[in-house]
Design a protein around this ligand. Structure first.
Ligand code: FAD
Ligand code: MG
Ligand code: MG
Ligand code: MG
Ligand code: MG
Length: 535
């Protein structure tokens, strides 16, 4: 059926006919979720099985607990301990899973076009929906750098397995009597492009591995021949965290002999070396490597690029993600039918300050280039209506007006308006691509559709509050039993006990008792016997 006359299924076995029959006898809405990561699983955990017939489409038949993935690259944790089968998570809902990749969405006919992952003939089929949730995550950003095929990535189970194999292989090769010193130095050089949490945690895990296991197990390798270098384009590593955290981490890495190159851009990756440029001078440097990790931020997957390009012109303008309204509904799709959450989604940011003159003119009714309280009020209500996150910031308008009327003239002049708009804009900063955000957005959309269910007409929908993000802190493991936590609002923690705090946070966020047990076993095994250093 459908425009391309493909097989239709809701995830229940069988032909078009059978699927349609089942739908007729099933009053529940057909909810289709694309992806089985953080966002998708958070929705699944909220759903009311009585209200939805759920079908998940994803190329991976498991949920992956990404924050602990760096630990799997050197054998601190087993890969199996980080995953949870999606079918297990769906069983509570009596939901369906299809191992496939969404190739396209027909927003008008409400159909997702899917291809099976292991279907060598490339046959496609349609999955019809009443509601669709896009939670397909992101892809590594390439920044147009040449030679990334020589790099490793760290996003999936397969990536972690590749890194682990390569690390162990290099150590084994370096231990052979036929390997020259120069080759050894190349094999044992680890270069990490990108100083975000993933790069930093990978460096920390390598450091632990070198210190706890290398000396005992690889006596032929002089520890000083092992080199770890991080290349970061910003002025600090962990630059989205509090500055105190960045500095604490940089000091620790210095003590640990982990090289940190800041304000530098990778220009090219050769098969066995990285070329980077110092930003200030433009001078080029070369570092040989045995393993090079590429982890410099995330962008759109091919599916998301395609979907954004086919939405009505003018509705989408972000180059990194699908734009949604404050209720996580995709802008430009029929109301209430399509949501996007997590790394693949973003809520558009206002550009007040750029347009300060236009905004002033719009609200300055008497043309004196000043805003009276009444004129200011129409401006504030106007932006609060478009940017619901600003409702709290604009709570008591009288107080806000007084605060920004610095000279107590009773009017806001251009400078005062600019300060006000700058602060308002700051309240709307884009949310980072983190599990924490995807998880909260998933919870939100799950609750929202449970509540609104079939009645998502404008009136009912307007009563449901918009999504609001609560930052619960960022944390990163930095090696040698140290973790850093950024609790927001300038609170920072590191040092003794932080490792246990770090583990306990991830412990309590685990999706099931099963994975919790597996992790506990891995950590105990490592404490007792060291890492598994086989490939
Ligand atoms: P994902 O969790 O990536 O899920 C995307 C899903 O979509 C996957 O199941 C994928 O198979 C599927 N998919 C892809 N394409 C298609 C398609 N065409 N059709 C159907 N399905 C598709 N965040 C934190 O908050 N704290 C951390 O400590 C942290 N550490 C991290 C460490 C690493 C190594 C990595 C890689 C990430 C880390 N993150 C962390 C970020 C966090 O993992 C992401 O922000 C989060 O996974 C985003 O959730 P998501 O649901 O949007 O995407
Ligand atoms: Mg997901
Ligand atoms: Mg996002
Ligand atoms: Mg005026
Ligand atoms: Mg004034």
């Amino acid at each position: 059926g459908g425009p391309k006359n493909l097989v239709m299924t809701h995830g229940c076995e069988g032909s078009v006919l059978k699927a349609e029959e089942i739908h007729q006898n099933d009053p529940r809405q057909r909810l289709v979720i694309l992806g089985s990561g953080w966002g998708a699983v958070s929705v699944i955990k909220q759903l009311d099985p009585k209200k939805f017939h759920v079908t998940v489409v994803s190329p991976t038949n498991y949920f992956l607990f990404t924050p602990l993935l760096p630990s799997a690259t050197v054998g601190t944790l087993e890969l199996r301990s980080l995953i949870e089968p999606i079918r297990r998570l769906l069983s509570r809902l009596g939901g369906y899973y299809l191992e496939g990749r969404a190739e396209d969405v027909d927003f008008e006919n409400q159909l997702v076009e899917v291809s099976g992952i292991h279907d060598s003939e490339g046959r496609k089929f349609y999955v019809p929906y009443d509601k669709l949730i896009i939670a397909v995550g992101s892809e590594a950003m390439t920044h147009g750098v040449e030679g990334l095929e020589h790099c490793n990535f760290l996003k999936s189970i397969a990536d972690a397995r590749d890194i682990r194999r390569k690390v162990m292989e290099n150590f084994e090769k370096a231990s052979l009597p036929t390997t020259t010193e120069e080759e050894r130095r190349q094999l044992l050089s680890f270069v990490i492009c990108g100083g975000g949490p993933t790069g930093v945690e990978f460096a920390a895990e390598l450091y632990d591995f070198l210190n706890e296991d290398l000396v005992g197990y690889f006596p032929a390798i002089p520890p000083e021949e092992v080199q770890v270098n991080i290349i970061q384009s910003a002025g600090h590593i962990l630059n989205t965290y509090d500055l105190k955290i960045s500095e604490m981490t940089e000091r620790k890495f210095k003590r640990d002999n982990i090289g940190v190159v800041t304000n530098a851009r990778v220009a090219k990756v050769n098969p066995k070396s990285v070329i980077y440029k110092e930003k200030a001078t433009g001078k080029e440097f070369e570092i040989p490597f045995g393993v090079c990790l590429w982890s410099t931020g995330v962008g759109m997957t091919p599916l998301v690029k395609m979907l954004v390009s086919k939405l009505p012109t003018g509705s989408q303008s972000n180059i990194h993600a699908i734009e949604t309204d404050a209720y996580m509904r995709v802008i430009g799709t029929p109301e209430g039918t399509v949501y996007a959450i997590g790394d693949c989604a973003t809520i558009p940011q206002p550009h007040f300050v750029d347009k300060v003159m236009t905004i002033l003119k719009e609200h300055d009714t008497n043309g004196d280039n000043l805003l009276s309280y009444d004129e200011f009020k129409t401006l504030a209500l106007d932006i609060a209506a478009k940017h619901t996150v600003l409702k709290v910031f604009l709570g008591h308008l009288g107080n806000v007006f007084e605060r920004y009327d610095k000279d107590h003239s009773g009017f806001l002049d251009l400078d005062e308006i600019r300060t006000f708009l700058t602060d308002a804009e700051k309240q709307c900063t884009a949310l980072p691509a983190t599990a924490q955000v995807a998880n909260q957005q998933g919870d939100y959309v799950g609750k929202r559709i449970n509540t609104l269910h079939e009645i998502e007409h404008a009136e009912a929908a307007a009563k449901f509050p918009p999504f609001k993000y609560t930052h619960k802190g960022s944390l990163a493991y930095i090696g040698g039993s140290d973790a850093v936590l950024d609790m927001g609002k300038g609170l920072v923690y590191g040092g003794i006990g932080s490792e246990y705090l770090w583990r306990s946070v991830y412990f309590s966020e685990q999706v099931s008792g099963r994975t919790r047990l597996l992790l506990f076993i891995d950590w105990s095994k490592r404490a007792l016997f060291g890492r598994d250093i086989s490939k």
